[in-house]
Design a protein around this ligand. Structure first.
Ligand code: HAM
Length: 442
C-alpha cells in the first residue's frame, strides 16, 4: 500500500450532501443578485503579484504576510488571489468597461487563498460570494445611493437565506482628504506613546496608522480611548455621504449599528465600510466585509470611477446557516430500484429482474425522477443505501411484479408498502416527491 496523502493544511474537501447545501446557497445568490442586475464574472485564480500589492495595499496584512506567491517558469511573480475585488477592477479596466453604460455590476463566487494560521472558520483556501458596483458617473442622488443598493442586495440575500438576527456594523473612513487630516491627528497623538505600542502597531504608525484602531490588545484599546476620533475629522462631503447612507438604510429597515473603530484590513476603502458578524462563529466571526473604494480603479490604470462591494465568507456563512434553510437546501434523494433475483427461476419474457430494474430506473430518469439502481442487492444493504442517500422510496421488482405488471413500493418515511401498477409508477412517484417537498418547505 502506498503512503496516504492528505489534503494540504488549511484546505478541505466538501462532500455530498454538504455540497448540495453550498449549491443551494449559491443558487440563492445568483437569483437575488440577478434581481439587481448583477452579472457573473469569473476571473483567473492567479494574477500578477503587483495587482494585489498595488490594489489591496503593501501595508495590509493580506499583502505583507498572507499571500501565496510564487515565481513561474518564466520568472514572473504570480499570486493566488487572496480576494477578488482587485481582479474585478483589473478586468473592468482591461476590458474597457468604462465605455459600457454605467454602472457595471458584477458578482463572483469562488475560492480565495490566504496563508493564515488555520483555525475554526479560517482556511487557507476559502470561498467568497461577492459583488462589485463600479461606475464612472455618479447615479442620480450621488454615490451614497450605490452603497445603499449594494447593502440592500446583501441584506435581501441574507434574509432569503433565513437569517433574522444579523446586524450590519458600519462606519466611514472618510474620503482621501478626511483621512489625511485624521491620519496626521492620530499620528500626533500616538507618537509620544509609541513606547507602549506593540511592534506591529509601531510599524503601522508609519505604514498605516488607522489600522492601529483595529488592535485587539486591551492595553492598546485603553490607549486609544483618548485618541482623536475619525468622525471629528471628516470633511463636509464625507459627513454628508455617511449621513445619506445611514438614513436610507434605516428607511429600508436594514439593521445597522455604527461601529466607530471599524476600519477594515484592506487599503482601498474610502467612506463607507461595513462588516457583518455572527455570534455563532467564535473568534473568526465576520461573515461578510465590504465598503466603497473611490480611488482603486484609477490606481489600477483606469478612468476615475466609484466602486463599492462586499464579499461573504461562504465557509462561515454555511457554518451558521439556519437549520430550516439547510433542510430545505437538501434535495430529496433518488428513489432506489432493487431487483429480486432468484437464479433458480427462469427469467420471464427473456428479461431478468436486474435488467428490468435497470430499464425502470432509466424510465424514471427520462421522466425527471432521480433513481439509483442497486441491482439485486440484499435487503439490509438496500436499506443502508436508502438511508445514506435519503431515498424517499424503494421500488422492488421481482418476478411476480414482472408477471403482474406492477412495482412494489416501500416509502421510507412511513415504511408503508404498496403495490403500484407499472403504468402508474411515474405519476405515483411525482405525487410522492411533491408532497415531500411541500412538507420541507412548510
Ligand atoms: P475581507 O474582509 O478580507 O474582504 O473578506 C471577506 C470575508 O471573507 C470575511 O468577512 C470572511 O467571512 C471571509 N474570509 C476572509 N478570510 C478568510 C479565511 N482565511 N477563511 C475563511 N473565510 C475567510 C474582502 O475580501 C474584500 N474583497 C471585500 C470587498 C468587496 N470589499 C469591497 N468589495
Amino acid at each position: 500500500m502506498g503512503k496516504r496523502i492528505q489534503a494540504v493544511k488549511g484546505t478541505r474537501d466538501l462532500l455530498p450532501p454538504e455540497t448540495a447545501v453550498w449549491a443551494a446557497v449559491e443558487a440563492t445568490a445568483r437569483r437575488v443578485f440577478a434581481l439587481y442586475g448583477f452579472g457573473e464574472i469569473r476571473t483567473p485564480i492567479f494574477e500578477e503579484t503587483e495587482l494585489f500589492a498595488r490594489g489591496v495595499g503593501e501595508s495590509s496584512d493580506i499583502v505583507s504576510k498572507e499571500m501565496y506567491n510564487f515565481t513561474d517558469r518564466g520568472g514572473r511573480s504570480l499570486t493566488l488571489r487572496p480576494e477578488n475585488t482587485a481582479s474585478v477592477v483589473r478586468a473592468y479596466v482591461e476590458h474597457g468597461m468604462h465605455s459600457l453604460p454605467q454602472p457595471v455590476k458584477l458578482f463572483y463566487i469562488g475560492p480565495q487563498f490566504r496563508a493564515e494560521k488555520p483555525q475554526k472558520g479560517r482556511y487557507r483556501q476559502f470561498s467568497q460570494i461577492g459583488a462589485e458596483w463600479i461606475g464612472t458617473r455618479a447615479t442620480a442622488g450621488g454615490n451614497p445611493r450605490a452603497d445603499v443598493e449594494v447593502l440592500l442586495m446583501l441584506w435581501r440575500f441574507l434574509g432569503d437565506l433565513g437569517f433574522s438576527d444579523l446586524v450590519v456594523q458600519i462606519n466611514t473612513v472618510g474620503d482621501a482628504e478626511s483621512r489625511a487630516n485624521y491620519r496626521a491627528a492620530l499620528v500626533a497623538y500616538l507618537e509620544p506613546l509609541a513606547e507602549q505600542l506593540s511592534e506591529d502597531s509601531r510599524r503601522r504608525l508609519v505604514t498605516n496608522p488607522l489600522r492601529i484602531l483595529d488592535s485587539k490588545s486591551p492595553a492598546e484599546q485603553a490607549l486609544l480611548e483618548g485618541a482623536p476620533k475619525l468622525v471629528d475629522h471628516l470633511n463636509e462631503a464625507s459627513r454628508g455621504h455617511f449621513r445619506t447612507v445611514l438614513g436610507e438604510l434605516q428607511k429600508a429597515q436594514v439593521r445597522t449599528e455604527v461601529s466607530p473603530r471599524l476600519v477594515r484590513g484592506l487599503d482601498y476603502y474610502t467612506n463607507t465600510v461595513f462588516e457583518i458578524v455572527s455570534a455563532g462563529l467564535g473568534a473568526q466571526n465576520a461573515i461578510c466585509g465590504g465598503g466603497a473604494y473611490e480611488g482603486l480603479v484609477e490606481e489600477l490604470g483606469g478612468q476615475p470611477a466609484y466602486g463599492v462591494g462586499f464579499a461573504i465568507g461562504e465557509d462561515r456563512l454555511l457554518d451558521v446557516l439556519p437549520a430550516a434553510t439547510r433542510a430545505r437546501a437538501l434535495p430529496p434523494g433518488p428513489v432506489i430500484v432493487r431487483a429480486l433475483f432468484d437464479a433458480k427461476r427462469t427469467p420471464v419474457e427473456a428479461l431478468s429482474t436486474p435488467e428490468a430494474a435497470t430499464q425502470l430506473a432509466e424510465e424514471l430518469r427520462t421522466a425527471g425522477i432521480a433513481a439509483v439502481d442497486v441491482g439485486a442487492e440484499s435487503p439490509a444493504r438496500t436499506f443502508a443505501h436508502a438511508d445514506h442517500l435519503r431515498a424517499p422510496a424503494i421500488l422492488v421488482l421481482g418476478e411476480d411484479e414482472l408477471i403482474n405488471g406492477t412495482v412494489t413500493v416501500r416509502t421510507t418515511g412511513d415504511r408503508a408498502q404498496r403495490v403500484v401498477e407499472r403504468a402508474q409508477i411515474v405519476p405515483y412517484l411525482k405525487q410522492l416527491l411533491l408532497s415531500l417537498s411541500l412538507e420541507v418547505k412548510s
